[in-house]
Design a protein. Structure first.
Length: 362
């Protein structure tokens, strides 16, 4: 038995999330239990990380400092979680996506402070090997979703409502090479940008403003057209796909609540349209995860437009806030077991590629 921590910061830059996963067995047959989670605000690192991800030029010295301090933030949060979980055998860290435009992708992180603090191996840079083999480097979570949720006994679509929305299609009883995973569209990227522009707030807490606002049909049409280009293009989304141009165009034309309501409607309708193309067998369900589950307006529209039951991953034993970090814990364990985590049918890369850059205990 081993305890693996997964650490994740998404493109929405709303904080650092970690999950502790207790693992019995190895490889794709491992049994997993999420035994703890920890979240940490980015604090003063939030501004510089957002600037880097937005393409702002910085001296190399400043970038190196940010990477170091980001590693130190991981280390402090991981120590707290490891104490709660009564130990840690391995940590797998996603790092902060600064640019993702395959074959170029950069997940910023200095892993050495983590390895030194935890006194255990750290694996990161999980996208690099797949990118080098000609793949998109993402999404990587489908194989981890299969490990976490294979006991559900029914067809599932795991829908991550993060900076971008991505989905994993799990067919009950199907082998791992039958997995499907794909990106849909910008999600919290455009919703949070609308809150910053219209409300002067980092996000619309609970979706309150969106619930109170009115939808502008013209603005909605422009947004759904832009997001449909994402959903209909089978590639990994990233830099340049944030739909911030729509926010800039409409920020002075709509009041804050209406801007938020229209952004949510556009995102939710695009996600719902993508989900309608998936045929689930009787009893199949849509399982929502990620920070967007707390936006009541977003979830309300997805529920209304879905032809299947809509639940959250908490009904499957994994809290929505912990699902992505838990996936990275599983991915780290698979890497340690020598199991390829990138699937050619999902990322387009070569089969059998082993992923991860390792820092061993100093």
């Amino acid at each position: 038995m081993r305890t693996v921590l997964g650490a994740m910061t998404g493109t929405s830059l709303d904080g650092l999330d970690l999950a502790a996963v207790r693992i019995r067995g190895a490889g794709l047959s491992m049994e997993c239990e999420v035994v703890g989670m920890e979240s940490a605000p980015l604090g003063e690192l939030g501004g510089p990380l957002r600037a880097l991800a937005s393409g702002v030029s910085m001296p190399a010295r400043d970038i190196a400092r940010i990477a170091l301090e980001f590693g130190e933030l991981h280390a402090a949060a991981a120590l707290r979680l490891a104490e709660h979980a009564q130990g840690c055998d391995l940590l797998c860290a996603h790092g902060q996506t600064i640019v993702h435009n395959p074959p170029i992708s950069w997940q910023l992180l200095n892993p050495w402070p983590i390895a030194r603090a935890l006194r255990c191996p750290v694996v990161s840079d999980l996208r690099g090997a797949d990118l080098a083999s000609g793949g998109q480097g993402a999404p990587l979570t489908p194989i981890a979703d299969r490990v976490l949720f294979r006991e559900a006994g029914r067809d599932l679509v795991i829908v991550n409502l993060g900076g971008y929305c991505n989905c994993t299609l799990l067919r009950a009883g199907a082998p791992s090479d039958a997995l499907a995973g794909f990106d849909v569209c910008a999600c919290n990227q455009v919703i949070d940008a609308s809150a910053r522009a219209g409300l002067g707030a980092p996000y619309d807490g609970g979706g309150t403003a969106a619930l109170n606002g009115s939808i502008d049909d013209k603005a909605l049409g422009e947004l759904t057209e832009a997001l449909a280009a994402h959903a209909n293009n089978p590639r990994s989304l990233g830099t340049g796909d944030e739909a911030h141009h729509w926010v800039e165009r409409w920020r002075t034309r709509l009041i804050g609540d209406d801007l938020c309501a229209t952004a949510v409607a556009g995102v939710a309708e695009t996600i719902a349209e993508a989900l309608t193309r998936l045929e689930l067998r009787d009893g199949g369900a849509i399982a929502l995860a990620g920070g967007g589950v707390h936006n009541s307006a977003l979830v309300k529209v997805i529920r209304r437009l879905s032809k299947h039951e809509v639940i959250t991953t908490s009904a499957l034993g994994v809290e929505p806030e912990a699902r992505e970090a838990a996936c990275f814990a599983v991915l780290g364990a698979l890497c340690a077991d020598g199991v390829p985590i990138s699937l050619p049918g999902v990322t387009g890369g070569e089969a059998g590629v082993l992923s991860g850059s390792w820092v061993n205990r100093p």
